[in-house]
Ligand binder design. Structure first.
Ligand code: ADP
Length: 260
C-alpha cells in the first residue's frame, strides 16, 4: 500500500520535512505538473503541511498553475530563500526568479546548484510533504536529487498511449537504478466523457497505465479523466481541486491524494 510505504519511513528526508515525494514522467505534456499541483493542494486541504518545489527548471509551470508568476522570491538575512504560498501550499518555482519569457542557458553544475538551493537553502519550515515536480525524462535533475536527500518515493504520471508508456517505463527503470522507491503510477487523460451527450471516448486508449503498473509490480494509484475544467483551471491559475471540486478530474485527484 502507498500509505504504508510513506508511513513506514520515519527518518526525516530533510530537517523538518517528513516526506519528499517526486512526481515524474517519461514524456512532457502528460500532465505531470497538473497532477503535482492538484495533489499538493488536496493534501494541504486535508490538513497536511505541504511544499511544492518546481524542479522543472527549464519549463517551470508550477507558478503559472498556482496563479502567481508576479511575486519574486526573496531571501532572509541568512540568505535563505523564502517560499511563496498559494492555496495553503508553500512553493518555489524558477518562474519566480527569472523574468517571464527569458531562457535559462545553464550547464549541469548550475542546474545542480539551483536544485540544491531550492531544497536545502530555502526556509520550508516544518512540512509533512515536499512534492517535487521533476522535469520530464531521466536526466541530471533526477540524479542530483537522488544523490542529495533521502526520498520517500516517486509517483509516475503517464497517459495510456504507448509512446508515453514506453517512456514511463524508462523513468521507472531510472528510479529503480537510483534506489528510489516507486509509490505508484497515475494514468492521466485516461478517458473523456462528452459533457453534452455523456458518451465516453478513450482518446489516448485506456488502461495502459494500470497494465504497465501490474507488469512492473507497482501500485496503480488511479486514473484522471481528460476534462475541460482541469485544463481551464490550470490556465487560469486556480487548480481544478479548488475551482471545480465537483468535476470528475478533481474528484479523481483528491482520491489519489487520499492514497498517500
Ligand atoms: P507536463 O507537466 O507533463 O508537461 P502539464 O501538467 O503541464 O503536463 O499538462 C499539459 C497540458 O495538458 C496543460 O495545458 C494542462 O492543463 C493539460 N492537461 C493535463 N491533464 C489534463 C486533463 N486530465 N484534462 C485536461 N487537460 C489536461
Amino acid at each position: 500500500e502507498f500509505g504504508a510505504t510513506v508511513r513506514a519511513s520515519n527518518k526525516p528526508a530533510l530537517p523538518g520535512i517528513q516526506h519528499v515525494i517526486l512526481v515524474g514522467s517519461g514524456k512532457g505534456g502528460v500532465g505531470k505538473s497538473s497532477v503535482s499541483t492538484n495533489l499538493a493542494i488536496a493534501l494541504a486541504q486535508s490538513g497536511a503541511r505541504v511544499g511544492l518545489m518546481d524542479a522543472d527548471i527549464y519549463g517551470p509551470s508550477i507558478a503559472h498553475m498556482l496563479g502567481n508568476t508576479e511575486d519574486r522570491i526573496k531571501a532572509n538575512q541568512n540568505k535563505q530563500m523564502l517560499p511563496l504560498e498559494r492555496f495553503g501550499v508553500k512553493f518555489l518555482s524558477m518562474a519566480n526568479l527569472v523574468p517571464a519569457g527569458q531562457a535559462l542557458v545553464w550547464r549541469g553544475p548550475m542546474l545542480h546548484g539551483a536544485i540544491q538551493q531550492f531544497l536545502k537553502e530555502a526556509l520550508w519550515g516544518e512540512l509533512d510533504y515536499l512534492i517535487i515536480d521533476l522535469p520530464p525524462g531521466t536526466g541530471d535533475v533526477q540524479l542530483s536529487l537522488a544523490q542529495s536527500v533521502s526520498i520517500t518515493g516517486a509517483v509516475i504520471v503517464t497517459t495510456p498511449q504507448d509512446v508515453a508508456l514506453i517512456d514511463a517505463a524508462r523513468a521507472m527503470d531510472m528510479f529503480k537504478k537510483s534506489s528510489i522507491p516507486i509509490l505508484g503510477v497515475v494514468e492521466n487523460m485516461s478517458y473523456f466523457v462528452a459533457p453534452d451527450t455523456g458518451t465516453r471516448y478513450d482518446i489516448f486508449g485506456h488502461g495502459g497505465g494500470k497494465r504497465k503498473a501490474e507488469q512492473m509490480s507497482l501500485h496503480f494509484l488511479g486514473e484522471v479523466p481528460l476534462d475541460m475544467p482541469l485544463r481551464e483551471a490550470s490556465d487560469q491559475g486556480t487548480p481544478v481541486v479548488i475551482s471545480h471540486p465537483e468535476s470528475s478530474s478533481a474528484q479523481s485527484l483528491v482520491k489519489i491524494s487520499q492514497n498517500l
